[in-house]
Write a protein that binds this ligand. Structure first.
Ligand code: ZLS
Ligand code: CA
Ligand code: ZN
Length: 389
């Protein structure tokens, strides 16, 4: 009906459980799981579900999560709710404080184990050879540490997914285009030469004109940070720290040259791509000027490597554009071209995409120009040169 047929060549699977949509981090919290509702509506509005295998994800088990996380921390997460928090803190001796970034909210344990379960299922689809590309937009929570939540992330589904991929693949490449540094993943594999991590991110002082010199979160991911120097993992982490305002051409120049050389030299047998959509222009937290097509170019470029590919979500705080980007990227994965006009007659919340400031019912509104571009050609050359070295 939508003219979308199963294309030849790529088997794509979509892993999701819609119960993640009902979660609320808090009224003022920027992380809004209903961006996943909007994404689902657009993906289905375009009929992309007919071009993929669709799986209803089950929650991950505690044992699965304990493959990376500390056992006490997993135990804590499996029991935590606003009602049990105080009691649990006594048992775990206040080792696990809640923060404004990582609040304890109703239903959070269900949410955490579901997004992780979806990533694990996606990995299974790849290692069973059922899928060439497996997608989980609810995953990609790259900041979580072994026994600590950080930056809206509680369970690091990416690390767990990579650990599982390593059972079948000798070398796994992790690429992260979220506007924040993928610190949790880099840290977990800093001493490994079987996992190479490559993160592109905003780095430096948030607001040059302000008296307060706060670093853009999480403050790690400097150019000269390349893995644990005293281990075999030295040189198996790459970081591309970027000033604010980078545009499409500049970003794609960095992405394609650095990722291209990394693919040639590391020769990964599987790739994990974290597609955080907070690198788009107009994001509530991000400071880049990327348009949806440029963000998607990164996926198209990585897809050409022709190895099993796990695609994950991540950040993204202007919900309507998160939905646009991830729908466009789902289409790139299956090899479909979408019409610029959104399928408004099928989308349950058309208001979210209507009006001048909401993108006028189009799939590719202009998103650039929200931030002054502070990136110079000299800086780009320096980044590329260091990475090549
Ligand atoms: O990569 O910058 C910080 C840390 C703070 C400033 C904010 N306060 C609340 C805590 C201390 C230094 N945190 C960042 C985390 C960004 C995580 C990105 C995740 C990902 O995209 C992957 C999913 C941050 N930036 C903005 C906020 N926190 C933030 C903004 C507004 C609010 C409301 C709720 C909570 C407190 C008020 C909050 C956090
Ligand atoms: Ca990143
Ligand atoms: Zn982010």
């Amino acid at each position: 009906e939508n003219g979308i047929e199963r294309p030849q060549g790529y088997n794509v699977s979509y892993h999701y459980n819609r119960r993640v949509e009902n979660m609320h981090f808090g009224r003022t919290h920027p992380m809004k799981p209903w961006r996943l509702t909007l994404t689902k509506h657009l993906v289905m509005g375009y009929g992309l579900q007919f071009a993929m295998d669709n799986y209803d994800a089950l929650p991950a088990s505690k044992e699965t999560v304990a493959a990376f996380h500390d056992e006490d921390y997993v135990d804590f997460l499996s029991k935590v709710s606003p009602q049990t928090f105080d009691e649990l803190c006594k048992i775990y001796e206040d080792r696990i404080p809640q923060s404004a970034d990582c609040p304890v909210f109703d239903g959070m344990q269900e949410y955490l184990f579901l997004y992780t379960g979806a990533t694990m299922e996606a990995v299974s689809a790849l290692t069973n050879h059922q899928s060439d590309i497996a997608i989980n937009w609810s995953g990609g929570l790259h900041h979580a540490h072994k026994s600590e939540a950080s930056g809206f992330c509680y369970i690091n589904d990416i690390v767990l997914g990579i650990v599982e991929l390593l059972k079948c693949h000798q070398r796994v490449l992790y690429i992260d285009i979220d506007v924040h540094h993928g610190d949790g993943v880099e840290e977990a594999f800093a001493s490994s030469d079987r996992v190479m991590t490559l993160s592109f991110h905003r780095y430096g002082i948030i607001d040059e004109d302000s008296r307060e010199k706060h670093l853009f979160f999480p403050g790690t991911g400097a150019l000269n940070s390349n893995g644990n120097e005293k281990s075999i993992g030295n040189h198996f982490a790459l970081n591309v720290p970027i000033p604010k305002g980078i545009d499409d051409d500049q970003f794609l120049y960095l992405f394609e040259t650095i990722t291209g050389r990394t693919l040639e030299h590391f020769r990964p047998q599987a790739i994990v791509l974290q597609c955080g959509a907070d690198s788009l222009g107009g994001d509530r937290l991000g400071q880049f000027n990327l348009n949806i097509r440029a963000h998607g170019e990164c996926l198209a470029f990585v897809k050409k490597a022709g190895v099993p590919l796990l695609i994950l979500g991540g950040g993204g705080y202007t919900a309507r554009n998160v939905a646009r980007a991830w729908t466009h990227e789902t289409a790139l994965a299956v090899g479909a071209t979408l019409s610029e006009e959104l399928p408004m007659h099928i989308v349950p919340r058309p208001q979210a995409f209507m009006g001048r400031e909401h993108g006028d019912g189009r799939l590719y509104p202009e998103l650039a120009g929200f931030h002054k571009n502070n990136v110079t050609q000299k800086e780009l050359d320096l980044l590329v040169e260091h990475c090549h070295e």
